[in-house]
Write a protein that binds this ligand. Structure first.
Ligand SMILES: Nc1ncnc2c1ncn2[C@@H]1O[C@H](COP(=O)(O)OP(=O)(O)OP(=O)(O)O)[C@@H](O)[C@H]1O
Ligand SMILES: N[C@@H](CCO)C(=O)O
Length: 312
């Protein structure tokens, strides 16, 4: 028996639609991500499901991404593989903006590659996870699969053979993530996006992203916060998450530098500079944004390690 884990991730990080993504881990040491156990080999491929968010998964296990990934992995490797007895512990809510589908895809592809002796390179593994993720959201985007696979804050380079590169981070930053407990499908949240941007808007978008990246390299925190503006997705998605305006006003009034939409939402994230801000943001989110028993709020730091073996 061998167990694998992949962390939650925030796509876009506000300023980089489809181009920035970060993996996060709760400060208290809890595991925020999906776990896949390979229990052994069997005549038939099987998948057992458990975990806090198991009720949000498709009823038919053949529709589960883990099963789809097994066949996609087998096709990519190009030979028939032994069938496995699998157990997915679904700890991330589906349609949450925490990269839930990406997390299951990454933990599954990483686990199969490890179990079968690493027939795929890291690069091929990332390509495979992006294709599987594209099948869910309707478009190939790397900003959840790449951080979940590698950890860290990453800049996607989809037109470069590198595909992505790690970026510097502010080591004292804490990110508070709040999932309200309601589901918003990535596909639906992509359908409201504008089909085109004007030249003026494209230049402002490129400017904010390059300003943020340059601020990270220079470790200029004032510039980094000034550049953390979502000029692309937020205007289109705000009607789907109208609470953002009031929450941002309340948290920024306390000196918190940024509040944005995690991935396609509805999870919101707040970037905090110290414990006091992080605790204030978490308490505020719990009181004003959590909507039901599925909701959760975590104070996180950057997860510097992505997919990994949990138990040999
Ligand atoms: N193991 C799985 N984990 C998550 N979603 C799954 C899984 N298996 C199948 N699905 C299906 O994949 C779809 C995932 O939807 P979606 O991409 O909107 O979620 P998400 O990944 O949480 O969103 P986001 O990328 O914004 O965080 C749903 O239709 C869900 O039923
Ligand atoms: N970049 C993707 C992330 C989805 O979590 C989007 O915003 O649609």
């Amino acid at each position: 028996m061998k167990s694998y884990f992949a962390p939650a991730s925030t796509g876009n990080f506000s300023v980089g639609f489809d181009l920035l993504g970060a993996a996060f881990a709760p400060k208290n040491g809890e595991l925020l991500g999906d776990e896949l156990v390979i229990e052994g080999e069997a005549a038939e491929l099987s998948l057992r499901l458990s975990g806090r968010y198991v009720h949000q998964l498709p009823g038919d296990v053949t529709d589960n991404l883990v099963i789809k990934c097994f066949y996609a992995f087998e096709q990519k490797v190009g030979k028939t593989l032994p069938r496995l007895k699998l157990h997915l512990k679904k700890h991330l809510p589906v349609g949450s903006g925490l990269g839930s589908s990406a997390c299951s895809i990454v933990v599954a592809c990483y686990a199969f590659n490890d179990y079968f002796g690493k027939p795929l390179s890291d690069f091929e593994l990332l390509q495979l996870t992006a294709v599987c993720e594209g099948g869910v959201s309707g478009a190939v985007h790397y900003d959840n699969v790449a951080p979940s696979l590698y950890g860290g804050l990453l800049l996607m380079l989809p037109e470069s053979p590198l595909l992505c590169r790690p970026l510097p981070w502010f080591p004292h930053w804490q990110v508070v993530l709040c999932y309200p407990g309601t589901v918003l499908s990535t596909k639906a949240a992509r359908e409201v996006m504008p089909k085109e941007l004007s030249l003026k808007h494209s230049i402002r978008f490129a400017n904010m992203l390059s300003r943020f990246v340059s601020a990270l390299y220079c470790q200029d925190e004032t510039e980094a916060f000034a550049a953390l503006q979502d000029l692309v997705a937020e205007p289109a998605r705000l009607p789907l998450i109208p609470e953002l305006t009031a929450i941002r006003a309340a948290l920024t009034a306390e000196g918190i530098g940024h509040v944005g939409i995690s991935g396609a939402g509805p999870t919101l994230f707040a970037v905090c500079q110290n414990d006091q801000q992080a605790e204030f943001a978490a308490a505020y989110f719990r009181q004003h944004y959590e909507k039901n028993q599925d909701a959760m709020t975590h104070i996180c730091t950057l997860a510097t390690v992505g997919a990994r073996v949990l138990l040999e």
